[in-house]
Design a protein around this ligand. Structure first.
Ligand code: ZN
Length: 250
């Protein structure tokens, strides 16, 4: 019997689901404000029109639905067959008539949400694998979706901005990026860095460890924009050294 509310009773997970749903609403609202003819224009993602962003966000919901189904059934269903197939699917969906593209985006989001809602507590800790090959508990799908919908809403270049994002999301993004850089630091020779949000307590500095770290300062939202590769606005270094280019995030 499908539930009308989330089956999980875990308060942390329920809060995470709420942030994902708020992000979906933000994305949908931003998309709804764009008239069809404006979908053909470039997005803020290099090489992608707004259509590509909408297609990708819809297809991402489908891919995360596959992981949620995997967690529920134990039958392995990967996010994508291959990176090439993922890209081809985005290219194809981006050519859909505007109405169909909007439908894809909305329907895929609802479907994912229903799967989450009905997932029992024990399935949330089942192991699934991300498109990048990382083994994660199924609950990670919530954060994976959260960062997609909020950031790609800004990428639509339709009035959204990092400064509109909730503080808890901005902080989680900074944790995510700095964590990713730290994990890959040795393998990829990534530089030491300190991110210093000027509108947060001093304890919220985040570091990619190492000698001679560049200290990058700015409002937390602006730092998140820079760190996720969306450009530097009001971000500076502490000692006048040139602002480094952020390493790749994902
Ligand atoms: Zn994405």
């Amino acid at each position: 019997m499908p539930a009308r509310t989330d089956r999980t009773t875990d308060p942390g997970l329920r809060a995470a689901l709420l942030l994902a749903r708020r992000g979906q609403a933000y994305f949908s609202r931003t998309l709804n404000e764009l008239r069809d003819e404006r979908l053909d224009a470039p997005s803020l993602v290099p090489g992608w029109t707004r259509r590509h962003v909408v297609a990708h966000v819809g297809l991402n919901a489908r891919a995360l639905t596959r992981l949620t189904t995997w967690a529920a059934t134990g039958v392995e269903t990967p996010m994508y067959a291959s990176p090439a197939e993922r890209d081809a699917e985005i290219e194809m969906a981006a050519t859909l008539p505007a109405r169909a593209l909007r439908h894809l985006s909305a329907h895929a989001a609802v479907h994912l949400d229903v799967e989450w809602r009905d997932l029992p507590d024990e399935a949330w800790s089942a192991t699934v694998r991300t498109a990048l090959g990382r083994e994660v508990p199924a609950r990670e799908t919530v954060w994976m979706r959260t960062r997609e919908v909020w950031i790609h809403a800004v990428d639509l270049d339709a009035g959204g901005s990092f400064r509109q994002l909730p503080a808890e999301l901005v902080d989680a993004l900074l944790d995510d990026v700095v964590g990713a850089w730290t994990r890959r630091q040795a393998d990829e020779g990534l530089p030491a860095l300190v991110l210093e949000p000027t509108d947060r307590p001093a304890a919220s500095r985040r570091s990619v460890p190492g000698e001679r770290a560049a200290v990058v300062r700015g409002r937390a939202a602006d730092l998140a924009q820079w760190a996720t590769g969306r450009g530097a606005v009001d971000v500076t270094t502490a000692d006048g050294v040139p602002l480094p280019a952020p390493p790749r995030w994902l």
